[in-house]
Design a protein around this ligand. Structure first.
Ligand code: SME
Length: 158
């Protein structure tokens, strides 16, 4: 495999950075059948391209529980119940949640006290949620509709 980096010039707008990322990322994961390998590389690629504070996956492993999957960042809670926290709520409501201030989200689960805002994007297979992509920032209000749209596109590739 040729070396692949996901490092982009600092001057790019967020939109340009997502466009460059998605263009490189789609062929990068093509042909890899192992889910864990793909998710691990996805977390690493997102962290490299965007410098996210925490980025990773929680996967549906039991009817009511998400389990921690591949991630980049500091250690995190290993299980989240359906309907709990931002991740469990995004799963239960089957929609992306953009949380500008985690302290204002009822039931937010603080894996790190440094996390200030968050986006959680559900992943679907045959119409059922099989996990979520969770990204945390140490800045307030870090995520918006542009992140939502690009990250929903990204999880659609997985
Ligand atoms: N904040 C999440 C928990 C996972 S950590 O952010 C990595 C939540 O409320 O579901």
């Amino acid at each position: 495999m040729a070396e692949q980096t996901f490092s982009y010039p600092t001057g790019l707008t967020k939109r340009e950075r997502y466009e460059a990322f998605l263009k490189d990322f789609a062929p990068f994961i093509e042909g890899e059948e192992d889910t864990i390998s793909t998710l691990a590389n996805t977390a690493a690629a997102l962290r490299e391209a965007f410098g996210f504070f925490w980025v990773g996956f929680y996967l549906v492993k039991e009817p009511e529980w998400l389990h921690l999957g591949p991630f980049q960042g500091s250690v995190a809670c290993t299980r989240i119940k359906r309907g709990r926290g931002v991740c469990g709520t995004a799963w239960a409501e089957e929609r992306t949640l953009v949380v500008p201030d985690v302290d204002a989200f009822p039931g937010h689960i603080a894996c790190s006290s440094l996390s200030r805002s968050e986006i959680v994007v559900p992943m679907f297979k045959d119409g059922t949620v099989i996990g979520v992509l969770d990204i945390d920032s140490d800045q307030l209000n870090a995520f918006d509709a542009e992140d939502q749209s690009a990250l929903e596109q990204l999880v659609g590739l997985l």
